[in-house]
Design a binder for this molecule. Structure first.
Ligand code: CA
Length: 230
């Protein structure tokens, strides 16, 4: 799926560069960090869909970054692909023990890296396992395509449902109109004003007079984001 965001954490500039480029070519949005501290900061701020994490890093090593991501419920479910330069199996085992989902030993091929990234994102994609998205008092059930606000089912069209689902999965983050348009037509292209129309209908349906209010913010020229407002 295009537009998924990957945080690449690597202190070796050359590796960071080629990995980022390869993933960008595959349609992913890339944010990078070159030490453990900024990796954590960016992971909490951006809530990426996947983290590629080098183990040997300045300031805070990859194991500790992984541990802290797993310890916080906001980031606990983000898939982590560890990169290790060391041949020691113990490193790998420890990485997997503290919650990494997969690992690769350097040097690795970009084709293999891309394949693993794709597999991890697929595995973690909620649509694939027909589950439920929960964001505070919003609950979205993929089976039956029903969304509940504070327990009350919302009367949404299939398109409104898909838009709400796309926004909720990126709660608090901006989703571009192009991405939302692809939820309506299942391909890229077409008139993004169509999105605006659906959004304005959806907004009205989210008003239930209670606080916090589930609101859709528009960010001029960039897209929309779903937030809870007091
Ligand atoms: Ca390193």
């Amino acid at each position: 799926m295009a537009g998924q965001r990957i945080l690449v954490v690597e202190d070796e500039e050359a590796i960071l560069e080629i990995v980022s480029q390869a993933l960008r070519r595959n349609g992913y949005e890339i944010t990078s960090a070159s030490d453990g501290d900024s990796a954590l900061e960016k992971a909490f701020a951006l809530r990426p869909d996947l983290v590629i994490l080098d183990l040997m890093l300045p300031k805070m090593d990859g194991w500790e970054v992984c541990r802290r991501l797993r310890a916080d419920k906001e980031t606990a479910a983000i898939p982590i692909l560890m990169l290790t330069a060391r041949r020691d199996e113990k490193d790998v085992v420890e990485g997997l023990d503290i919650g990494a989902d997969d690992y690769m030993k350097k040097p690795f091929s970009l084709a293999e890296l891309t394949a693993r990234v794709r597999a991890l994102l697929r595995r973690s994609s909620p649509t694939e396992i027909g589950m439920v998205v929960e964001e505070g008092d919003l609950r979205i059930e993929m089976d039956g395509e029903t969304a509940f606000l504070r327990g009350t089912p919302l009367d949404l069209s299939p398109t409104e449902f898909r838009i709400l689902d796309a926004l909720a999965r990126k709660m608090g983050r901006t989703v571009s109109r192009e991405v939302l348009l692809s939820k309506i037509w299942s391909f890229y292209g077409g008139d993004t004003r169509t999105v605006d129309v659906h959004i304005s209908r959806l907004r009205k349906k989210l008003i239930d007079g209670k606080r916090p209010e589930l609101a859709i913010n528009s960010l001029r020229g960039r897209g929309y984001r779903l937030v809870w407002e007091e």
